[in-house]
Design a protein around this ligand. Structure first.
Ligand code: EPU
Length: 313
């Protein structure tokens, strides 16, 4: 990054720029990583930042909660962390709710449990911001977050504000598929030029007092079946189909405990990798390759990565 651009970022209002900083604590996986980080607190600041990235041909990548990310050891682009203000207004019962993309999903789960919002149990326990969850249409066995979305506001790489209204099932199917959105990706499919989600409007499927019990029950099951207190990046692979669960397939192949350097396939849930300390994206790449080729040999299927990788592996 040249000096002129560094100065532009340093002078941006509503933001904080950290050049070539240690990012090992910016992701739950805690891989060894360095890079430049811009913390952005307003939409105008984000628009300016993206315009600068486009003008100076700089790649960028959003870090939400950093729970589903593999950061490379170094990245000469820009990481962006959104810290948009959450409106202070009390959350009362309504048909739709508009939230900043940077809000933590756990806050929304707490609210859903309190008032019994039907449908919101689908994102229980997913460690993500709302924007990150929409970007990858996150979900659990209870469903996908896209089922609740009625509008998404986002900023393109050129710094333009856009919004997508989802008013019918057809529009939903065009906008989302399994662990994918179809509107934020750059039409030329260029790495590091995706649009950034800023606000999301969510609806619900009515009220139900028992939602808090489903949420609690689901949380307990998840805590038992996943290594939630370890350094992981969530599920590494997407499921190949409803029957071919990546975790189950890896487990059946006896690959739990398989290691490369400081990285191991988890013993509780085989679709997780645990960083025992000091692992890097290089080790991740190696372990992924080993598992993918075993999976292909035995199941004849290429399992795709679910985790977001900041530079193409
Ligand atoms: N299983 C095994 N061995 C394992 C792991 C799982 O036999 O090591 C079996 C389980 O016993 C179960 C089946 O495989 O019969 C499916 O397992 P699970 O219920 O954990 O679901 P999953 O498909 O492996 C999905 C999501 C998770 C989400 C869980 C729970 C994907 C790729 N993963 O996992 O999401 O937490 O359902 O709802 O869709 C994530 O997105 O990062 C993530 C972890």
């Amino acid at each position: 990054m040249n000096l002129e651009l560094k100065q532009h970022f340093a002078n941006l209002s509503d933001s904080e720029f950290l050049f070539d900083t240690d990012l090992s604590r910016s992701s739950t996986f805690a891989l060894v990583a360095r890079g430049s980080l811009l913390k952005v607190r307003s939409v105008p600041a984000l628009k300016k930042a993206l315009k600068l990235c486009t003008e100076y041909r700089l790649h960028y990548k959003v870090i939400g909660l950093g729970a589903n990310l593999v950061l490379p050891e170094s990245f000469d682009g820009l990481y962006i962390k959104l810290l948009l203000p959450t409106p202070e207004t009390k959350m009362e019962l309504r048909e739709t709710y508009r939230f900043p993309a940077s809000i933590n999903l756990s806050k929304l789960t707490q609210f859903a449990a309190k008032v019994g919002l039907k449908g919101w149990e689908v994102f229980t326990g997913i460690p993500a911001t709302l924007g990150g969850a929409i970007f990858m249409n996150a979900g659990t066995r209870l469903g996908e977050i896209s089922e609740l979305v009625t509008r998404v506001e986002y900023i393109t790489a050129e710094g333009e504000e856009q919004s997508l209204i989802i008013g019918s099932e057809n529009e939903r199917e065009r906008a989302f598929s399994y662990r994918k959105n179809h509107f934020c990706h750059n039409s030329e499919n260029k790495f590091g030029r995706d649009a950034i989600i800023t606000y999301v409007e969510l609806t619900h499927k009515g009220y139900d007092d028992t939602i808090k019990d489903s949420i609690k029950d689901y949380q307990l099951k998840r805590n038992r079946s996943q290594p939630i207190s370890q350094k992981t990046c969530g599920c590494v692979f997407k499921n190949a189909s409803r029957k071919l669960h990546a975790g189950k397939c890896i487990d059946l192949l006896g690959l739990k405990g398989l290691s490369h350097g400081a990285l191991s396939v988890d013993h509780t849930h085989a679709n997780f990798m645990v960083n025992r300390g000091g692992a890097s994206a290089h080790e991740f790449e190696k372990l992924v390759k080993m598992i993918k080729s075993e999976l292909y040999l035995h199941y004849g299927v290429h399992f795709e990565l679910e985790v977001q990788v900041s530079t193409p592996l």
